[in-house]
Design a protein around this ligand. Sequence first.
Ligand code: ZN
Length: 337
Amino acid sequence: MGKVNTVLGPIASEDLGITAMHEHIGFGLPGCDLDTQWWKKPEEAFDVTIQKLRRFREHDGKTFVDCTGIGNGRDIEYFQVLSRRTGVNIVAVTGFVAGDSALPYFRNKTVEYLTNLFIHEITVGIDGTSAKAGAVKVGVSREGLSELDQRIYRAAARAAVKTGVPIITHLSTEPELAIDIFESEGLPLNRVLMGHADVGQDADEERDKMIASRGGYVGFDTIGYDKEMENAPYWSRPRQDRVKHFLSFLEKGFLERAVISADANCCALGWPGLKGHSVNYLFEEFIPDLRKAGVAEDVFEQLLVRTPANFLTMQEPSLKANPLSNNDIGCVPIIKS
Ligand SMILES: [Zn+2]
């Protein structure tokens, strides 16, 4: 098997073990450290984060994929300390949660600029360290897949083709447009995890089927945002609705295309997060729900170990890569800064 980049260096894919594919050490919008209500002091944030990662380790969790990306709280040296202290592998990503949460600095950058930035973070290192990104994060803005989002998707596809790392999306809405961008850059859909397919208001079983049939991974990766919880956000849904949605996906024969994760913050940055929610919901609530529904034990090995390893393993850079394919026409006007 191949290798996966973690914040402490590349590791063999077979050493990933139980992997949570879409999580956050802490996500916040740029400027969140100025919030006077919810910003936590470093010692407090460190303590709660360490506790959650240690509990993850007690559940035999071994690898935590932090999907935060550039400018939303990704802190590589902090991740390195957390990884050393807890023994949990942390995979960091390059890219952005979505165009509308990216720093204004990046909003006018060209596809070429963004591609080079992502490739630098995957092959050289992040923030002046030698810690390399293990995947590229892209996402859909609140108003829909914006022109900036599309520029980021295209740059991510080029970086993925050139380096062999996969892409993880925030939201699976407007999938055809996203898939067109990936395909036009020569990136096969089996290198893409279309995330947050389980978000209540966006649930669409036909869409899930289309993605999986074309080889993509479908993320049931906001598990635990249950309507039943105190202060549940608008993207939450009744707990058993999500379980049913997930089981229906497995019943269609798509176990190998399914990814589960909690999208929880160990310590949300400048906002409250969902009280009591953590990556450990997977082991303490969701898997027991599936067991009760009769799901066999070997399914969990596939979901938590084999699929993440298949997906995260860096591929040989594709010969199909075509750096001259000029698909940037849709991305004007771009103000060169
Ligand atoms: Zn997330």
